[in-house]
Write a protein that binds this ligand. Sequence first.
Ligand SMILES: Cc1cc2nc3c(=O)[nH]c(=O)nc-3n(C[C@H](O)[C@H](O)[C@H](O)COP(=O)(O)O)c2cc1C
Ligand SMILES: [Mn+2]
Length: 444
Amino acid sequence: MSFREFAEQLEKSGDLVVVDREVDTTYEIAAILKHAEGRAVKFTNVKGHDMPVIGGLGSSRELIAKSLGIEQKELVFKIADALENPKKAGVIENAPCQEVVIKGDDVDLKKLPILTHYEKDGGPYISSGIVVSKSGKYGRNMATHRMMLYGPKNKLVVRLCARNTLAYLNDSPNGEMDAAIVIGVHPAVQLASATMPKIEVDEMSIANVLKETPTVKCITKDIEVPADAEIVLEGKISSKERVGEGPFVDITGTYDFPERQEPVFTVEAITMRKDAIYHALLPGMSEHRLYMGMPREPTIFNEVSKVCECKNLSLTSGGCGWLYVIVQITKKNPDDGKKAIEAAFKGHSSLKHVLVVDDDIDIFNNDEVEWALSTRFQARKDLYTWEAPGSSVDPSGEPMEGSDRQKTTRMGLDATIPDGKDKKHFVRPEIPNEDRIKLEDYLK
Ligand SMILES: Cc1cc2nc3c(=O)[nH]c(=O)nc-3n(C[C@H](O)[C@H](O)[C@H](O)COP(=O)(O)O)c2cc1C
Ligand SMILES: [Mn+2]
């Protein structure tokens, strides 16, 4: 299934808002997406552009679950399964993403409705773009990277954290490598591109398990990209050509200062569908947090499952989908809560807070989670803290010389029912026949 097919499905079921009024790519679309948080929005009339814009297809867990045809509580397990059983994606010819080909001097990124989101942004940013690259040693790699448009009409500056795209670039001769940037793909591809399997594992094979993802070879590069993408930018990344990148709003919803000198991507060709749709992704809000954070959930789940019975977990929205996880366990031993905390930190090194609850608590309901914390937790016994290198994006962390990590205090809270206490004081009483008595029956 493609980006547009999922959008069409949502439009049919009434789950996509359509904005027909003329809107500006500078600030206005971003403001509407912010107000519409959690909903998918299509903009049909973008000032100065023929191309429509869609944002928010992945702005809630419900939407992402719907895109994969599953329930919200199954998401962790679905992604875990894809990580464990990757399946090579097929290659086709005559792909929709190559219906239109623009090459050489005709390449002009300003013709794409690239948004400027916030007041102090360094420039217009492609925030949903996936960089696809290849290495002779490790094969293909996919990773979402933000990229800023600056002066020239065919160049972008790409923020490369110390992960695989950067490793591939550092390995390439002359500090230059071919790459393709993909815009407008199904949530399955977007999630897969933010997974962190071993370097030799191709994220396209992970996407292909979540939803079948046929690929096509680029027109000018020996790289295969998702065939039903909306837009593909083919070109080269160079570590020798660097310009200032930023400021940009990161998953914390705060500015990631300062400006950094980052590698430049030169676009040599643009291929797209004949009626291509541009994918807008509002930085620092839920679509950003979910696409980046959800792929971490199975790795935390696997670590916690090694030490106790883990039922489910959630990197919370307020926790930026990155810094704070709620872990639900079936407690069998007095120290299961503490063990779950230690294991969760092993599963995601950027984690700062872990809260463990019992399996009677709905982890997607904040009131229930706060209730558990208020009634089952005593800080003197149940609070654990450690000093550790933590996330680079946390504004409250302290920079560490020569590292992209920050000095952080990790906190674990064990809000499971304490051992040695009579359980009857901790469970919520049921009203006899509660489940059988339906409110509707009494309102008729
Ligand atoms: C919307 C979004 C934006 C992201 N922006 C960046 C970025 O600008 N730079 C970066 O290095 N990682 C960014 N990430 C995280 C990477 O995509 C993620 O760490 C990925 O797993 C890296 O791939 P790799 O393991 O193949 O290196 C972003 C993720 C998402 C979902
Ligand atoms: Mn990778």
